[in-house]
Design a protein around this ligand. Structure first.
Ligand SMILES: Nc1ncnc2c1ncn2[C@@H]1O[C@H](COP(=O)(O)OP(=O)(O)OP(=O)(O)O)[C@@H](O)[C@H]1O
Ligand SMILES: [Mg+2]
Length: 213
């Protein structure tokens, strides 16, 4: 499956989710290609960090930009079971190129009003992308949720009404273990210190891959 993890907003957790999904797919013995399509290079740096620490990295990571995201995915897709594309936090040529070749557009939202306001822009982007790629399915979910409070429910209520993007029944909470794992070049399942975080990322993984036809 080809998954583009993207948004029109920075800092919502795209790289954290891309890297954790990569780890989970690799643990299932899938041949995984992680594409860092963001010039910041977060996913690429995370893989490099991991390699420097001597941690096994049973997937391939490449850094690509602009239309190369589309052309390289077209060339490489037959060699991989799954391709996960970490896109930058803006509407870029790389994001649009990724959406042309993806099966799934996965969009994290944080339950803050500034983030939720971007949902309409994402909906317009999905609409355009669908006209070029009719197999594209788009899903949102809440990342960095609070453990309590009305914000999560308010955000879900808004996201559930956005055209063309289905809200997944999964919430990933703001948990120190996620950022701790990333800092150590790991996925949260590998850090193995927080059962709730592991359950949440597995639930997200299962929800995304269950959508496979
Ligand atoms: N569920 C979470 N719990 C704790 N920390 C998180 C969670 N999700 C993301 N973070 C942290 O929030 C910060 C931003 O996450 P990340 O870099 O994945 O976002 P991004 O959308 O890729 O950002 P950018 O748009 O800059 O590429 C990072 O420090 C990351 O570790
Ligand atoms: Mg990022």
């Amino acid at each position: 499956m080809i998954i583009c993890v993207g948004s029109v907003k920075g800092g919502v957790g795209k790289s954290l989710i891309s890297t954790n999904l990569t780890v989970l797919r690799a643990l299932k013995n899938k041949r995984v290609l992680l594409i860092d399509a963001d010039e910041q290079g977060t996913s690429g740096d995370w893989t490099d960090h991991r390699t420097d620490l001597g941690i096994s990295t049973p997937w391939t990571t490449v850094r690509l930009k602009g239309s190369a995201v589309r052309t390289e995915v077209q060339k490489l897709s037959k060699n991989y079971d799954d391709i996960i594309i970490d896109c930058g936090g803006r509407d870029t040529a790389s994001l649009r190129a990724a959406l042309i070749v993806s099966d799934v557009f996965l969009v994290p939202f944080q339950p803050k009003s500034f983030d939720i306001w971007t949902a309409q822009k994402v909906s317009e982007l999905v609409d355009e992308a669908k006209s070029l790629n009719d197999k594209l399915r788009s899903y949102s979910f809440i990342n960095c949720a609070g453990t309590r409070g009305r914000d999560n429910d308010d955000a879900k209520s808004i996201l559930s009404k956005i055209d063309g993007i289905k809200l997944l029944p999964v919430t990933v909470v703001l948990r120190k273990s996620f950022s701790n794992a990333t800092a150590e070049g790991l996925g949260v399942i590998e850090l193995n210190s927080d059962k709730k975080a592991i359950q949440e990322i597995i639930a997200l993984h299962d929800a995304v891959f269950k959508t496979q036809k």
